[in-house]
Design a protein around this ligand. Structure first.
Ligand code: KG4
Ligand code: ZN
Length: 356
């Protein structure tokens, strides 16, 4: 089905792939309701997501989140056309909770179930608003998905037609923010903390590495021209702080945080520029939790202008994990309809099957 033909479909979306328990109702690309129960407080003492805690919280909170999403949509259960649910990638035990709830509802309501790839849903989150252009209209486009678990560049030819151009070979960009913030004593989650701490800092104060050196890319290392690597950056921050601690020096902390953030943003921006030029693309579509970063947003805006590309950023409420992106993608005809695909697939990827 085309995007336009499905515009009126009313979909209930469920997202439990990591640590957000989310449900939403969409009608085409219009979000009627979107409820996200964030588990951040429960995971904060551990400095990262603990799978057992995440699944227990999904189990406890999903029923209430579902009811709230339906109530806020102003619709009744019987008005839903289908139930869409994330089936991967993500934490197996977290995915299972969402999938079980979706199957139960689909059976009870006698509606089809649509299995959604979490990465494709992130990509689609930039098109959620009916006032945004349709996905097909901006293709061929580059998608940058940057989150706590993923960092990748994809060539987008249309809905469901993606080719993976590059990805991180170690830490995701969000992970680099989170680990860097822990080293800087800024707490969890690290992305927003570094974003805030960088305000007023000098981004040129410390020359942190911008990904692997060009001579480390090639067949010997398996690192392609559009791949990312952030683990060296984290080690570099660790070594820097050993030699020059920032505790008790707020101004220096701002400089180091801004420099660290700049290194991540710079690596991402360089990858985007190289991909757009190589693939001759017309638009840059950016999504995922890290796309909330203010410096990244402004850098990409400058870059898009310089490259003559259209820039589409997910709205702030749809950057991090949410179920509106899951429901809307199903409403656009994306995902896999049917019970056979509604099984947890923790290692699911996107765009690894070539377009041709
Ligand atoms: O998309 P998301 O909610 O979860 C995954 O699917 O992984 O992204 C969460 C990530 C975390 O690593 C968090 O630190 C990062 O997004 N993040 C940010 C900002 N806000 C959230 N990173 C940089 N700057 C921000 N303002
Ligand atoms: Zn995500």
């Amino acid at each position: 089905m085309t995007e336009a033909a499905c515009r009126a479909m009313i979909i209930l979306g469920i997202e439990t792939s990591c640590d957000e328990t989310a449900a939403a109702v969409t009608r085409g690309r219009e979000v009627l309701s979107s409820v996200v129960y964030s588990q951040v407080a429960a995971h904060r003492p551990y400095g990262g997501v603990v799978p057992e805690i995440a699944s227990r919280h999904h189990l406890e909170h999903l029923p209430g989140v579902l009811e709230e999403a339906l109530l806020a949509s102003g619709l009744g259960w019987g008005e839903l056309d289908a139930v869409a649910v994330t089936y991967g990638p993500g934490l197996a035990t977290s995915l299972l909770i969402g999938l079980s709830a979706a199957k139960g509802l689909a059976l009870r309501l006698a509606r089809p179930i649509v299995a959604i790839n979490h990465l494709e849903a992130h990509l689609y989150s930039a098109f959620l608003d009916p006032s945004a252009p349709g996905l097909e209209s901006v293709c061929p486009a580059l998608a940058l998905i940057v989150s706590g678990g993923h960092t990748c560049l994809l060539r987008v030819e249309g809905l469901g037609k993606y080719r993976l151009l590059g990805w991180t070979r170690d830490d995701a960009a969000g992970e680099a923010f989170d680990k860097g913030a822990a080293l800087l004593g800024l707490g969890y989650p690290g992305g927003p903390a570094i974003d805030r701490a960088s305000a007023g800092g000098n981004a040129g104060a410390v020359a942190f590495p911008r990904g692997p050196r060009p001579d480390r890319r090639g067949p010997e290392t398996g690192l392609g021209p559009l791949d990312f690597s952030f683990s060296g950056l984290k080690t570099s921050l660790l070594n820097y702080l050993k030699a020059d601690p920032v505790s008790g020096r707020p101004e220096r902390l701002a400089d180091v945080a801004a420099s660290y953030q700049e290194a991540i943003v710079d690596a991402l921006a360089r990858g985007v520029a190289a991909a757009v030029r190589r693939e001759n693309l017309r638009a840059i579509v950016v999504s995922g939790g890290v796309s909330l970063n203010r410096r990244l947003r402004s850098r990409l805006a400058e870059l898009a202008q310089a490259l003559g590309c259209r820039l589409l950023l997910a709205r702030p409420e749809y950057c991090a994990d949410n179920a509106a992106m899951v429901a809307a993608l199903a409403g656009a005809g994306g995902g896999r309809a049917g019970w056979n695909d509604a099984d947890a697939c923790p290692g699911l990827s996107l765009g690894e099957d070539a377009l041709d």
